[in-house]
Design a protein around this ligand. Structure first.
Ligand SMILES: [Zn+2]
Length: 473
């Protein structure tokens, strides 16, 4: 009886425990399970919140199709097309540039594009471009889906005229090379001089290369450091060469003008039907002279040619056999005429010196130079306005300047007074052609009436028609 009582009690306890486990316990067990899962999510959320968010985005859009690439498809479903359209709407473009020490991957990383996409780019363009050839300055453009997981497009500008492109067509990525031809466009420019010539060219949206060309055209007659003043006006008609929208270089300056208070100079490029081209004034006189007005752009003349000068360092009467041009150290020095190098080296008080031999027994001498043009040596041929060295203060000099001397028939002459013969004018038989060619340019220069604001516009029909005549010459 006692035993029976224990057995009944035991069975009752078992039933109670089982009932608890099956009826109430299930709920609580589920709770325990749930809690542990939430904890796990929280934990991973703490550690890599970004990954969690990205995973969620991916799930929302379906599996990462990018990873399944490339798989050829023959037909695009409506859904796919819709998805593509959606991706395109949400897409964004990232611009980058190869920097010094960069490769494609590091420059992509800098703009937040992962290595996987880098691999896809390299592989897709593999047969067209080797990214080991990547050089600093090259530009890239990448189009991505908003989650940055999918490549929608890529463009790599190896040079302004050489572009490698990846475009997406459904699930396929297509690679292509695009070459852009050089296109010449002509512009009419004008601006008032406010401070410097450099600032004037900048105000027209042009750069130092055009300023250099402009300076070169007038350097036979003007020193643009000292002969240009605020209130003067600069006008040009110039060829500009583009690849796409990018300016590659300037072509010919077809016409140029500087209107100053005291001086007005005009230059027209003209090439006769036979012979070489050059710059002329409106009367057909050549602007080219045998010798440049000065062998550099200078700030001021610090000492003139003077056979009886008191020497500034030695304080004795000593002939000054040339002209001293004060200019900042490093200013380029030009050969005053075509010629041959007969001396390069140090010469005591003269410091670093160059002597050039020209036609008609003329020699030019350059002293106190900081350095010579790299590689220049005795016997080299030089062209007029070619850089031969740089302003310095070597030898006996009180500051950076160029001493420039000119010898004719072995005797020093005053370079400022020396007759600087011009090249011959337009030949009489080409005179009508010359007038015909420059009249529209001259008229156009005159029509560029700039007030306070610069003018920059594509050339009109008159100019374009004239320039057609030059083509092929
Ligand atoms: Zn001197």
């Amino acid at each position: 009886m006692r035993l029976t009582g224990y057995v009944v009690l035991g069975v009752a306890v078992l039933v109670a425990v089982n009932l608890y486990a099956f009826v109430w316990g299930r709920k609580s067990l589920r709770n325990v399970y749930r809690t542990s899962q939430v904890d796990r999510v929280r934990e991973s959320g703490k550690k890599k919140k970004k990954a969690g968010v990205r995973a969620a985005v991916v799930r929302k859009r379906g599996p990462n199709r990018f990873l399944r690439m490339p798989r050829a498809i023959t037909e695009r479903t409506m859904v796919e097309q819709e998805e593509d359209a959606l991706l395109e709407i949400e897409a964004f473009t990232v611009h980058g540039r190869i920097r010094r020490g960069d490769n494609l991957y590091s420059s992509l990383k800098r703009v937040g594009v992962n290595r996987l996409l880098g691999d896809i780019i390299v592989r897709t363009l593999d047969h067209l471009y080797n990214f080991r050839r990547a050089r600093p300055g090259q530009k890239l453009k990448i189009r991505l889906s908003q989650d940055r997981q999918r490549l929608l497009g890529f463009e790599y500008q190896a040079s302004p005229g050489e572009i490698y492109r990846i475009v997406r067509r459904g699930k396929k990525l297509l690679a292509m090379k695009v070459t852009r031809p050089v296109v010449t466009r002509i512009f009419e420019l004008a601006a008032p001089v406010k401070s410097s010539l450099w600032a004037t060219f900048k105000s027209m949206g042009e750069d130092g290369r055009l300023l250099a060309a402009f300076t070169a055209i007038f350097s036979w007659d003007l020193n643009l450091y000292t002969d240009v003043h605020p209130g003067d006006v600069v006008r040009l008609i110039v060829e500009k060469q583009f690849q796409g929208d990018e300016l590659i270089r300037y072509g010919r300056v077809l016409a140029a003008e500087l209107v100053g208070k005291r001086k007005r100079v005009r230059a027209f490029w003209y090439r006769p039907p036979a012979g070489s081209g050059g710059y002329y004034d409106e009367q057909g006189n050549s602007l080219h002279r045998m010798l440049l007005k000065a062998p550099l752009r200078y700030k001021r003349i610090s000492s003139l040619f003077d056979p009886k000068r008191m020497h500034p360092v030695l304080h004795v009467i000593r002939a000054h056999n040339g002209v001293d041009y004060a200019a900042p150290q490093g200013t380029p020095i030009w050969a005053v005429a075509d010629g041959e190098v007969v001396f390069v080296g140090r010469n005591r008080a003269a410091g670093k010196m160059i002597v050039l031999n020209h036609e008609n027994n003329v020699r030019s001498v350059y002293m106190h130079m900081h350095g010579y043009r790299r590689g220049l040596k005795k016997g080299d041929k030089v062209r007029q306005r070619q850089v031969i060295g740089y302003v310095g203060a070597t030898g006996m000099a009180t500051g950076p300047h160029l001493h420039y001397g000119l010898k004719i028939g072995g005797v020093y002459v005053d370079p400022m007074k020396h007759n600087r013969t011009r090249r011959p004018p337009v030949a009489p038989k080409y005179r009508a052609d010359f007038i015909h060619c420059i009249t529209p340019l001259s008229g156009t220069l005159g029509s560029l009436r700039t007030g306070d604001k610069p003018i920059r516009r594509p050339a009109g029909a008159t100019v374009l028609k004239t320039v057609k005549k030059y083509r092929g010459r």
